[in-house]
Design a protein around this ligand. Structure first.
Ligand code: ZN
Length: 213
């Protein structure tokens, strides 16, 4: 994903940087907006152009004298056109679950839950990994249509995302249950974990076909 972002931003001038809550919005020529959410392990570093690089940043933005490097984090997305409005922050204290649920209810009912949960207009801050882990905890399949979910199920998934991301923020280690565990047995029911691309961005969804209905 990051590679395609670099390709699309290449040669475009950075016009503005705006912080919205814990979100950073970088506007580029051509109407592109880069959205990064740095909570937890994400960070940007600013160094002289061409300084020694150790490790693999997600993205490098080079100016004539400096370069900014983006490392990790739960969200790095590129939007064509302004982000009109970000949804409520999943890590707000307390998170506005009612407004998130209302946003999800207003969305097209044919949309899949796993796709909707990473739509930053509906809920801000959930990345692909925490989506997968939260849906597993809530026993909800990423392929379920929004119209086929109950309020309690969606709430359980959002609460699981908050809980997991908070624990991670507190530095507690998390052992993945489904994320990047394709073919391995589900810790709950023993079925093999599966994966498949989901949504317009074709992000990989991980789920257990045995216990996530
Ligand atoms: Zn299972």
């Amino acid at each position: 994903m990051a590679a395609r972002i670099a390709e699309r931003l290449n040669g475009r001038r950075l016009l503005a940087v705006e912080a919205v809550g814990k979100n950073l919005l970088l506007s580029f020529e051509g109407g592109y907006v880069l959205h990064s959410h740095l909570r937890m392990n994400g960070r940007w570093t600013l160094v002289p152009r061409g300084a020694e690089l150790r490790g693999r940043p997600w993205l490098v933005l080079r100016g004539s004298r400096y370069e900014a490097r983006q490392w990790n984090g739960p969200v790095l997305d590129l939007h064509a056109g302004a982000i009109r409005r970000l949804g409520p922050d999943i890590l707000a204290d307390p998170p506005d679950l009612d407004r998130m649920l209302a946003n999800l209810r207003r969305e097209d009912g044919g949309r899949e839950v796993g796709d909707a949960l990473v739509d930053q207009r509906l809920v801000a801050g959930i990345g692909n990994k925490w989506k997968a882990e939260a849906l597993w905890q809530a026993r909800l399949s990423p392929w379920r249509r929004l119209r086929d979910t109950t309020e309690d199920e969606l709430r359980a998934a959002l609460e699981a995302a908050t809980r997991l991301m908070r624990r991670s923020l507190d530095g507690l280690r998390h052992r993945n249950d489904v994320y990047r565990r394709v073919g391995r047995p589900c810790p709950r029911c023993g079925e093999r974990i599966r994966s498949r691309g989901q949504g317009d961005a074709n992000r990989i969804a991980y789920w257990c076909p045995g216990c996530q209905v």
